[in-house]
Design a protein around this ligand. Structure first.
Ligand SMILES: [Zn+2]
Length: 163
């Protein structure tokens, strides 16, 4: 008889008042960043923020282009930008927020391509990065690590060894 594989993904469902002070700062930074999205085509403003190990915050937004595939999500804009700087500061927390251009914040999760990049960044860091995502009805979903977002992610250990 065939076996069945069952997966469980766990996240805390919080109210904004249940965030720690550090979480609240990062959450607010992600929300504030949505003001600076360049999204003239989708009119969907996304902000992503990181709390770094020195207590500072980094953030970025989705960047679109008239040649649609040339744009990039907020999560990847942020992580690629950080990774290009040296020294790369350790990331303690990530948060994502989104809203229509002139609307209220909405529940959203990161796209599959961003999840893959987020996980590789986490692996590169060698330490879990908790994640705050906007859930329904004003709740906040808190994941313990970025990898929780993407079961069965592609891992580099399947690549052939370099000769
Ligand atoms: Zn994405």
């Amino acid at each position: 008889m065939a076996q069945t594989l069952n997966l469980t993904i766990t996240a805390d469902v919080l109210t904004p008042a249940e965030l720690s002070a550090a979480e609240a700062r990062c959450w607010a930074a992600a929300q504030a960043a949505t003001d600076h999205a360049y999204a003239p085509y989708s009119h969907f403003h996304v902000g992503a923020a990181l709390l770094l190990d020195d207590g500072s915050l980094a953030w970025n937004t989705n960047q679109e282009n008239a040649a649609y595939p040339s744009g990039l999500c907020a999560e990847r804009t942020l992580l690629f930008g950080l990774n290009g700087q040296r020294p790369v500061r350790a990331v303690k927390l990530m948060a994502v927020a989104a809203r229509p251009q002139n609307g209220e914040f909405v529940a959203v999760t990161s796209c599959g391509a961003c999840r893959q990049v987020m996980i590789e960044f986490e692996n590169q860091q060698g330490a879990a990065i908790p994640l705050l995502l906007p859930g329904p009805d004003g709740t906040i979903w808190r994941f313990k690590r970025l990898a929780d977002l993407l079961p069965f992610q592609f891992m580099p250990d399947v690549l052939p060894p370099r000769s």
